[in-house]
Design a binder for this molecule. Structure first.
Ligand code: VGL
Ligand code: ZN
Length: 187
């Protein structure tokens, strides 16, 4: 698939230490998306990196009755992007920054949509973590906002709280109109 430098954008979702092996909410093989996304970045001019960016007492944490162990707390190592992820050309989008609100999608209460539209983007390529939460919701919101969506299905990994969640997430996104493509086959 050929990338259009003017109208295509890459969105790298939550490639953060806490979602990688050893992290607070580790996704199996989460770190394996890094080299694929670094490869993809070479082909794009418009690059976005979302990050989960929670206050230390966030409502999604178990201590407050939420589903998750504390993760991606603002300004901690766990919230930093994976050390090998190329980030110098990426525009960073922080999400779920408020104490009492969770947000899985990079579009939720951020300026991502406005920014993509201002830059004339028509199609977004999405990869990262986690397939069954933030990647899924980001891809679905991109479709709802009117963008074409290409899910980089070799450059995503999921949590799979229930076995099959990630596969179902990919099927959902596909059934809503996304195309699947391998990051490794982009040129
Ligand atoms: C995510 C669970 C909790 C994600 C974020 O980035 O997919 N998952 N917070
Ligand atoms: Zn989170």
């Amino acid at each position: 698939m050929k990338i259009d430098l003017d109208t295509d954008a890459l969105i790298m979702v939550d490639v953060q230490n806490d979602f990688c092996p050893g992290g607070a909410l580790a996704v199996r093989e989460g770190d394996q998306v890094v080299k694929l996304l670094n490869h993809a970045q070479k082909l794009f001019r418009h690059i976005f990196a979302t990050r989960d960016w929670h206050p230390e007492d966030h409502s999604s944490f178990m201590g407050r009755g939420g589903p998750w162990p504390p993760h991606c707390i603002q300004n901690t190592y766990g919230a930093k992007f994976h050390p090998d992820l190329e980030i110098s050309r990426a525009w960073v989008i922080s999400k779920a920054t408020e104490r009492d609100k969770d947000a899985y999608s990079g579009f939720q209460e951020t300026d991502l949509e406005a920014r993509l539209k201002r830059e004339g983007i028509k199609r977004v390529f999405v990869g990262g973590l986690a397939t069954d939460y933030c990647v899924r919701d980001t891809a679905l919101d991109a479709l709802a906002a009117g963008f074409e969506v290409v899910l980089l299905d070799d450059a995503v990994r999921g949590v799979d709280v229930k076995p099959g969640d990630s596969k179902k997430a990919v099927d959902d996104v596909k059934s809503k109109g996304a195309i699947l493509e391998k990051a490794s086959s982009l040129e």
